[in-house]
Design a protein. Structure first.
Length: 199
């Protein structure tokens, strides 16, 4: 029951963060579809939506949805959100009110909650060294989507993939570097999983 309540809190927090961003855009004059289109361009929003679905399902189904590789992949993705924000995006713009609250939930609070859930409630010892390569397919898929969308719209979701500003060579270099770092981080996650399983 505790794990399901914890999962529900993650689902609610993810929904709240996305909802605050949605409301802010609509107050700025965007339509419902327009706000959804804007938010759908961000890895942060898509990943928090994934949290809402996965942990909402866990809150309903409990241990029947206890798939260690899925949970570790979700951990990997939301930690990617938090680390990239901390290293590359934090402080780039001044935030206040609902936007600041949403930013805290989506980039800082939710990553911590998900890591805690994984540490406390997910079965350990089930991961393999190949899993980080599979987990990386999601951010790589997003990268392709974001580059195509940015080229068509003339606006990129994140400055480190802004081809119009940086050029293709630098964007590809950024993508390769981030990918290598997070495959390595995924290997660390697998190592921690195996260490915890031995205890």
């Amino acid at each position: 029951m505790l794990s399901r309540l914890f999962a529900l809190s993650i689902c609610v927090s993810a929904c709240a963060g996305i909802g605050l961003e949605f409301i802010t855009l609509m107050k700025g004059g965007a339509s419902i579809l327009g706000a959804a289109w804007v938010l759908g361009g961000y890895f942060t929003i898509l990943t928090n939506a994934l949290l809402a679905v996965v942990f909402g399902a866990f809150a309903i189904c409990g241990k029947r949805l206890d798939h260690p590789r899925l949970m570790a992949g979700v951990v990997f993705s939301i930690v990617l959100v938090g680390v990239i924000f901390a290293l590359l995006l934090q402080g780039r713009r001044t935030l206040a009110g609902a936007t600041a609250e949403a930013n805290f939930l989506l980039h800082q609070f939710n990553p911590v909650l998900v890591v805690l859930f994984w540490l406390l409630f997910t079965r350990k010892g089930m991961l393999s060294w190949r899993d980080p390569l599979l987990w990386t397919l999601y951010p790589l898929g997003y990268l392709v989507y974001a580059l195509v969308r940015g080229a068509l719209a003339g606006k990129y979701a994140y400055p480190f993939i802004d081809v119009s500003e940086l050029g293709w060579a630098r964007v590809i270099g950024n993508a390769v570097l981030i990918t290598l770092c997070f495959v390595a981080a995924g290997q660390v996650l697998v190592w921690i999983d195996r260490m915890l399983a031995r205890r």
